[in-house]
Design a protein around this ligand. Sequence first.
Ligand SMILES: [Zn+2]
Length: 244
Amino acid sequence: MCQRCIDTPIVRQPFARRNFLKFTAAAAALAAAPRAFAAPPSAPPKPENVVHPDAALHRLMQGNARYVEGITRRHDFRHEREALSKGQNPFASVLSCADSRIAPEYCFDTARGDLFVLRIAGNFASDEMIASLEYGVQVLNSPLILVLGHEGCGAVDSTIKSMKDGTTLPGHLPSLVAAVRPAVEAVQDQPGDLLTNAIRRNVAVNVEKLKAAAPMLKAAADDKKIRVVGGIYALKSGRVDLLG
Ligand SMILES: [Zn+2]
């Protein structure tokens, strides 16, 4: 894609005919559900957020570059609040670990109304997370989903230790271990650092899970209405590296 395409907001194309019926049914069902979030009004409160998925990713990474260099923008919170009082149209959705050191709005130098952020320790796509992302895509027209893992993830590390020791963690933590375990198992015989490999695999596993989440996310991804990508946040530098 050329630079002009990346920088120029465009109106996304409608779905292909083969997905129209199932997508319409899904949309109708979702529209009938109670509104858990603010929906976009007829005119998007942030027209600059109506962008192609590639442009959304480019914008995220430009924001991360500013954050890494320490030249983040000054945000006008008062006028942002007023503009967003009637709705929202975020240009990206982020499924991030809950780790307090990550903070997606900061690390991508974004403002209110720009990111639809879901956070859970281990950044895995539970049914509830998938449902929220469906809302972000179908109702809010978010063109990009980023699964964001990070170095030194305690959720992945705890899963590794629980598996090695054969212990069961207290409380509800076993549900977290069960969600992250497939990624650890997939890389436990690979060379290199197990934690690093498992963190990367956990992001990749959940990217693929979201791409395959029928009917909504799969249809949107297949028709290139959205992109689903993964990234790893480096704790010291703040840089997000996308998975290839
Ligand atoms: Zn984490």
